[in-house]
Ligand binder design. Structure first.
Ligand SMILES: Nc1ncnc2c1ncn2[C@@H]1O[C@H](COP(=O)(O)OP(=O)(O)O)[C@@H](O)[C@H]1O
Ligand SMILES: [Mg+2]
Length: 312
């Protein structure tokens, strides 16, 4: 059994199914990525894991403890790094951590070493006395991580920890996650940045509209159909018939469009290229660029949903 077990969880807001029957498990010591575009339901799922939001249906167990039945015990096992930093701006970094540490049950005798260690993990020892309202966005994010870690939880839950921060802080956060992983921490990491998920995670659940659309180890997902190649052909326009016309070419596994880009999944890009060209030109469309790539989580997502993961 996994350290975290999520079974058939549902949450609706009015008529909107924010989380629509999600199941997954996270093993001890694993970094599990929840990848999905904005609005996929990642934060809603995490809020239910953290006991901040009641699910409509399903069950969540952390270390064998059902969060609906024994919420306090389950919550103690978790460290939470919410999407919006939960910090007191007029207090110093150290004071914020003392507060969160105490809230999380650390005794007065243990609080100072715990604060020091948490600051060290996120590289803010030298700013311990600095007021949070004078911190950059990236520093606040790092302090937020320290607050989630301070009571040495069994599972750390991180919700899009790198959105909207400077590249240096981003790098620091990614390296912090790597280090925590090396130390054996179990982490759930949500993001809509595919490269972060590919870099950090052992396994990934790819979600869209509240549902899990693909799940597996990164290696499994990317090697699914191991020898596949992806051809990206940028056209001057994209008539509706193109994907279908190209998909009917022998040797083409799948063809799907995204705006003016035609994506073709095939075992032999060079072999199908002339026929693809013929089909495209035959429909009166010109080609402006061709690229042959390996499939990525991005292209898998696109293939499943016809949508891009990124904003805009
Ligand atoms: N408090 C809320 N009330 C109504 N709808 C909500 C609320 N929170 C989230 N939603 C909706 O639920 C869906 C999932 O949102 P969210 O979990 O925040 O997605 P993500 O974190 O993947 O961007 C979205 O359509 C969002 O608009
Ligand atoms: Mg979110």
């Amino acid at each position: 059994m996994g350290l975290l077990e999520v079974k058939d969880v549902k949450k609706t807001y009015g008529k909107r199914k924010a989380v629509d029957g999600l199941s997954f498990s996270v093993q001890e010591g694993e970094v599990y990525g929840l990848l999905g575009p904005n609005g996929a339901g990642k934060s809603t799922m995490l809020a239910m894991i953290c006991g901040l939001l009641k699910m409509d249906q399903g069950s969540i167990c952390i270390g064998g403890v059902n969060i609906s039945k024994r919420p306090q015990e389950a919550k103690r096992k978790l460290g939470v790094v919410p999407q919006e930093p939960a910090l007191y701006p007029t207090l110093s970094a150290e004071e914020n951590l003392r507060f969160w540490g105490t809230m999380n049950g650390i005794s007065p005798g243990d609080i100072l070493p715990a604060v020091k260690k948490a600051l060290q993990v996120v590289g803010l020892e030298e700013r311990a006395r600095g007021r949070v309202d004078q911190f950059s966005g990236g520093m606040k994010r790092r302090l937020n991580i320290a607050a989630g870690l301070i009571h040495n939880p069994e599972v750390l839950v991180m919700d899009e920890p790198t959105v909207g921060i400077d590249p240096q802080s981003r790098k620091h956060i990614l390296e912090t996650v790597k280090m925590l992983k090396r130390q054996g921490m179990t982490i759930i990491y949500t993001s809509h940045y595919v490269e972060e998920i590919e870099y950090l995670c052992d396994r990934v659940g790819i979600m869209d509209s509240g549902k899990m659309i693909l799940e597996g180890t990164i290696a499994e997902l990317l090697s699914n159909g191991s020898e596949y190649q992806q051809l990206r052909i940028i056209l001057d326009r994209m008539p509706k018939e193109i994907p279908q016309a190209v998909e009917s070419i022998p040797g083409v596994e799948r063809a799907f469009s995204q705006e003016k880009t035609l994506n073709i999944v095939t075992l032999n890009a060079e072999r199908i290229l002339p026929s693809a060209f013929e089909a495209i030109v035959g429909l009166g469309v010109s080609v402006s660029e061709i690229k042959i790539t390996k499939p990525s989580l991005e292209s898998l997502f696109l293939e499943e949903t016809g949508k891009a993961l990124r904003d805009n």
